[in-house]
Design a protein around this ligand. Structure first.
Ligand code: ADP
Length: 217
């Protein structure tokens, strides 16, 4: 799943993963958990995330390679936050070689809307659920009752840096993928349910194109 910070990747990825019964792999969540558990990677990633920069390709590729080696990804998986550079995309192609082709969906949202969304979103300290709109204006998480806080990298200065990094390092991935028959773009500035419906349809059509071709030799 491709898209700038604030496009709704995390929210949508969670829904799709639940609907299809496959795991969601969010590299942002993995890093924040490592940070929380004070592992070596967590310690190294912490300062980088706080500045809105990217953790090194080597570390990220290692994390994803290991995760995609686990049994629960046999029926598919959703990647949220990876790849974020062309180097990561090339590594991912290599990691999934021999599987069905990747379905790549881009969520498109205008920049002014992204800045606005990130400045008001909250996350649950306990379960990591993201809260938007009315749910972000109350003190407690609707899912688990935990305390809602602003994500430390959602302050204005870091948001602008993350958007800059996105344009410089991640946007080129659209060019990397867009000539593939399994690439789709979806309008992310609609109500979340609308975006979800468009995404499901996009994934369905991209994946059926794959199935229609039949088994690969
Ligand atoms: P966003 O809301 O910006 O999409 P994420 O939760 O996906 O944020 O990621 C938070 C931070 O974790 C990023 O700003 C970056 O520092 C780091 N990170 C996550 N995934 C990657 C990746 N694939 N490559 C490099 N850094 C990453």
């Amino acid at each position: 799943m491709l898209g700038p910070p604030g496009a709704g990747k995390g929210t949508q990825a969670t829904q799709i993963a639940r609907a299809r019964g496959i795991p969601k792999i969010s590299t942002g969540d993995i890093l924040r958990e490592a940070e929380h558990n004070r592992t070596e990677i967590g310690r190294r990633a912490s300062a980088i995330m706080a500045r809105g920069e990217l953790v090194s390709d080597d570390i990220m590729i290692g994390i994803v390679r290991e995760r995609l080696d686990q049994k629960d990804v046999g029926n598919g998986f959703i990647l949220d936050g990876f790849p974020r550079t062309v180097t990561q995309a090339a590594a991912l192609d290599e990691i999934v070689k021999g599987r069905d082709p990747l379905v790549v969906v881009e969520i498109v949202v205008p920049e002014t809307e992204l800045v606005q969304r990130l400045s008001v979103r909250m996350v649950c300290e306990t379960c990591g659920e993201t809260a938007h709109g009315a749910a972000a204006k109350v003190a407690d998480c609707q899912r688990c009752g935990g305390r809602l806080v602003q994500r430390s990298d959602d302050n204005d200065a870091v948001v602008l840096e993350r958007l800059k990094v996105y344009h410089r390092q991640t946007q080129p991935l659209v060019e990397y993928y867009q000539t593939r028959p399994t690439f789709r773009s979806v309008n992310g500035s609609q109500a979340p349910d609308r975006v979800a419906a468009d995404l499901m349809a996009a994934i369905e059509s991209a994946a059926s194109g794959v199935a229609a071709k039949g088994p690969r030799p």
